[in-house]
Ligand binder design. Structure first.
Ligand SMILES: [Fe+2]
Ligand SMILES: [Fe+2]
Length: 173
């Protein structure tokens, strides 16, 4: 059997895929709903495998706790926008803006994971078993994608947010 990509290769491949999807969203008129749905699914599964498997391993290996905390808060911010997109449709006001802001937030987050001194490079230095983590995440990803197809994934759970969402007002015309 072919060797699985290690944890970092797997997560980076996910990042590239989502970046491509955001680009496609900007270029299409007719496929916005489909692409947004795929973006939400890909990001939900990606954050789940990071939060269930990769991030805990990073924390256990003493990777900078402030950086890990920020990454968790960024994930939670993304979950809120993902929930918005899943509840809406591209015909809604602010829908394109929400996709755009999500793409910008993800770009920033991915940079913090991939840049020099970031989470991934610290994970390499910490000598985590990236091969084993990659295998675990690939297996979990497969399971989650099958679950998504069969009966949908459960609504994402935020790990760092405590307040109820603010009341909705109206944007000035
Ligand atoms: Fe990531
Ligand atoms: Fe992440």
């Amino acid at each position: 059997m072919a060797r699985q990509p290690d944890a970092i290769a797997l997560l980076k491949a996910d990042h590239r895929k989502v970046e491509e999807l955001f680009e496609k969203y900007e270029k299409t008129r007719s496929k916005k709903a489909d692409i947004a749905k795929t973006i939400c699914l890909e990001l939900t599964v990606h954050t789940m495998i990071e939060e269930e498997i990769f991030y805990p391993a990073c924390r256990a290996a003493d990777i900078d706790a402030d950086m890990m905390d920020e990454a968790n808060v960024e994930h939670d911010g993304a979950k809120m926008l993902i929930a918005e997109l899943e509840a809406g449709s591209p015909d809604d006001d602010f829908y394109d803006a929400k996709v755009k802001v999500l793409s910008e937030e993800i770009k920033h987050h991915v940079k913090e994971e991939e840049q020099r001194g970031g989470i991934f490079s610290q994970a390499r230095e910490a000598e985590l078993d990236l091969q084993a983590l990659g295998e675990q995440m690939a297996a979990r990803k497969k399971e989650l994608l099958a679950q998504a197809k069969a009966d949908g994934l459960p609504a994402p759970v935020t790990l760092t947010m405590k307040a109820s969402p603010p009341e909705q007002g109206h944007a000035a015309a």
